[in-house]
Each structure stands twice: as C-alpha cells, then as structure tokens.
Design a protein around this ligand. Structure first.
Ligand SMILES: O=C(O)CCC(=O)C(=O)O
Ligand SMILES: [Fe+2]
Length: 239
C-alpha cells in the first residue's frame, strides 16, 4: 500500500515462534533488493515457473540463491531449468537475515527462546548458541493472478527459522498449523517492507498465499506491479 496506512499496523506474534513485523525494511533497502532480484532473475539460472512432479505448473515464478530448490529437494545446480549452478548467496544477505531474526527474537519471549527452540524434523538442532547462517533464498515473483497453495517448507534439514521479506503488492499470507492444510489458520496482510519470521514450533507449519491485491505496490520501491517475496533459510546441507 502506498504512503502511510490510516492506522499503523502493529507487530504481532501470530503463533509461538511466528512473528509479523510490518514495515521493517526501509524503502531504500527495498529498492536495493528489487534491483538485486532483477539481476538474479536474469541468470545464471533464469526465473521460471516451477513444474511439479504431477505436471502442474506453479503460478509464481521463482529463482534461488545458494541452493536451487525444486520439488522436493535442494541441489547446487538447477537441473530442472538449465543445469547451471545457482548464484552465490551473498554475505550481505546473511547479515540482513541476522538483523531480521534479531528483531523477531525481541518479540518472542526471553532472548528469542521460543523462536530458536526449533528442533529440525530431520537432523540438526538450531540453538541460541549458534549464529543464524541462511544459505539459500527462494525469490518468488507473483503477478496479480499468482497464488501459493498451503505447504510446509520441509526440504531443509535445519530447524532454523525462515525469514520472509515482502516487496510490492500487498497479499494475504495464510499461516496455519503443523498438522493439516486447513484450519486453524490466521490470515495476515503482508505489505511492502513487511518481515515475517517463523521458527521454533511454527517452523514446519503449513502456510500459503491465497490472494495478491494488484495495484497496491508503492512505485518508490522500483516495483510498479506484482509482489516479490524472498525467504531466507538454512538448508542444513553440507558444503
Ligand atoms: O510468498 C510468500 O509470502 C511465501 C512464500 C513461500 O511460502 C515459499 O516460498 O515457500
Ligand atoms: Fe513456504
């Protein structure tokens, strides 16, 4: 939404370990991210609609950093696109992820204990003593008709939180539970500059994007239409 909202949107703990921080990214930072994403969208692996094993095609377009995600695994090369090795995950993005997590932890119980308590489904534990070091980013572009069905981010072998940054058009982000795709869930509006972090017991919760509101982007971010979402994650994979 452009300009100041009539009512300031409040920071919220949506579920234990899941927090929403409206307007976290300053507009200049959003612009820089948009520029960087434009470059990554060109290559070495071009942004594309992911094809699912059943033949379905995702409506969002995606490009990855560090590790390439395809349903349902990570690899260094984009074997379902052009076989190229994905772009490096830059150090400045690790720092941005750490800053985001620090803000999220402040909202989330003593010393971020809830957020960082997540044991991985499969493998390494993420403890408060270890520094958050995301090594993959999924960059999703939504046009006005794009959606994302309810799913869990479960290919990572680390219980470290997912840091999600949104730029451009506002969307409805549906944050659910770890058991089913259905209720209970909470619908949150993610606008340009918003941060959402999910870790701890919410790390493997179902979530999705049922709706994007076209025409709500602030052109000052450099995005005249559409929505950009960047999720930073630790894969827990070696090397
Ligand atoms: O676009 C979003 O806000 C969520 C993206 C997402 O869930 C994903 O990339 O796994
Ligand atoms: Fe996801």
């Amino acid at each position: 939404m452009s300009g100041e909202a009539l009512f300031p949107r409040e920071r919220a703990v949506v579920a234990p370990g899941a927090v929403h921080v409206p307007g976290w990214l300053p507009v200049g930072r959003q612009r820089e991210l948009v520029e960087a994403c434009r470059g990554w969208a060109r290559g070495p692996v071009p942004i594309r609609h992911t094809v699912l094993p059943g033949g379905g095609v995702m409506s969002v377009r995606t490009v990855c950093l560090g590790w390439h995600w395809q349903p349902y695994r990570y690899s260094r090369t984009a074997d379902d696109v052009n076989g190229a090795r994905v772009a490096e995950f830059p150090d400045w993005l690790v720092e941005l992820g750490r800053a985001a997590l620090a803000v999220a932890c402040e909202m989330d119980g003593p010393n971020g204990a809830v957020m960082t308590a997540g044991a991985a489904e499969d493998g390494a534990e993420f403890g408060a003593g270890r520094r958050y070091t995301p090594d993959t980013a999924l960059i999703n572009f939504y046009d006005g008709a794009a959606r994302m069905g309810m799913h869990r981010d479960k290919e990572e072998r680390s219980g470290a939180p997912v840091v999600s940054l949104s730029i451009g058009d506002t969307c409805v982000f549906r944050f659910g539970n770890t058991e089913t795709r259905g209720r209970p869930y909470t619908d949150v509006e993610l606008a340009s500059g918003d941060l959402f972090v999910f870790g701890g017991s919410s790390r493997f919760a179902y979530h999705g994007v049922p709706k994007v509101y076209p025409g709500t982007a602030d052109p000052a971010t450099g995005m005249s239409s559409g929505r950009l979402n960047i999720t930073l994650r630790e894969t827990g994979l070696p090397g």
